[in-house]
Ligand binder design. Structure first.
Ligand code: UP6
Length: 265
């Protein structure tokens, strides 16, 4: 799968939003996801505006926003339209189907109303995908949304083993889930084989290999060429840079060059 172009993988994808994402990456020539881990809505909107032209995906953790409001969401959506990127809420759902269904669509954040994509752990089993789908109102709504399942984590000492990885892959590709599972969050190319899924890989930074709280980083080139990343997630590598726009351009250029190298070989 890692030798194929994003355009050809768009044709193989079974989830509509995965198709859309692959095509967006190909036309906009970016495989960079910005992890906008900031706690004030204005800061998130500001960085989304500055980095928007260089990213395919903006990833939020909406529960760290201290001044959440509906206008924050509508402003973020306007920026997503203006700069042509998708929005992923990195909620990492992990509960029984009925609970995740409520967490996805209700409460303060009503995530299913605005997030094109969400993330979920596979720990509860296949019912987590069914629970998320159940929150959406019919087939048309399912088509506009998707989930990325976690099959690996970047944190040192995480408890995921080979069997868990394999089972996560099975859940992602089985029967009724395929129209809704858009991709896998993982660290290595051997997590799944189906080329219609997007590999999202967090833990990318140019000048550091760890943080103080267990995060482990790799370079853009290593993530894309050795580990099979289709989209590289960069948070602090951009957020803490002196010039965030220049940093986004730099990460975009390196991730994209690594992808073009990968498919040329
Ligand atoms: N993330 C990881 N590792 C995972 C899954 N998700 O780092 O296995 C997410 C974090 C954070 C971002 O929740 O939002 O990716 C990484 O941020 P950083 O680049 O600042 O370390």
């Amino acid at each position: 799968r890692t030798k194929l172009t994003y355009e050809s993988r768009a044709n193989l994808a079974k989830s509509s939003i995965a198709k859309r994402l692959f095509n967006l990456m190909a036309t906009k020539q970016t495989n960079l996801c910005l992890a906008a881990d900031l706690t004030k809505s204005d800061e998130i909107l500001d960085i989304a505006d500055k980095c928007g032209p260089y990213i395919c995906l903006l990833k939020t953790h909406v529960d760290i926003v201290e001044d959440f409001s509906e206008s924050f969401i509508s402003n973020l959506q306007a920026l997503a339209t203006r700069h042509n990127f998708l929005i992923m809420e990195d909620r990492k759902f992990v509960d029984i189907g009925n609970t995740v269904s409520l967490q996805y669509s209700k409460g303060v954040y009503k995530i299913s109303n605005w997030a094109d994509l969400v993330t979920a752990h596979t720990l509860p089993g296949r019912s987590i995908v069914q629970g998320l789908k159940a929150a959406l109102d019919g087939e048309a709504a399912v088509k506009e949304r998707g989930v990325f399942l976690l099959a690996e984590m970047s944190s040192s000492g995480n408890l995921i083993d080979d069997k868990y990885k394999e089972s996560s892959n099975k859940i992602a590709t089985e029967g009724s889930n395929v129209d809704f599972v858009a991709g896998i969050v993982c660290q290595s190319a051997n997590c799944f084989a189906f080329p219609g899924l997007v590999q999202l890989t967090p833990g990318i930074k140019i000048d550091e290999s760890v943080d103080k709280l267990g995060q482990q980083y790799q370079s853009p080139e290593h993530a894309v060429k050795e580990r099979g990343a289709d989209i590289g997630v960069v948070g602090r590598g951009i957020l803490q840079a002196g010039n965030v726009q220049q940093a986004a351009i730099n990460y975009r250029d390196r991730l994209w060059a690594a992808y073009t190298d990968r498919i040329a070989k």
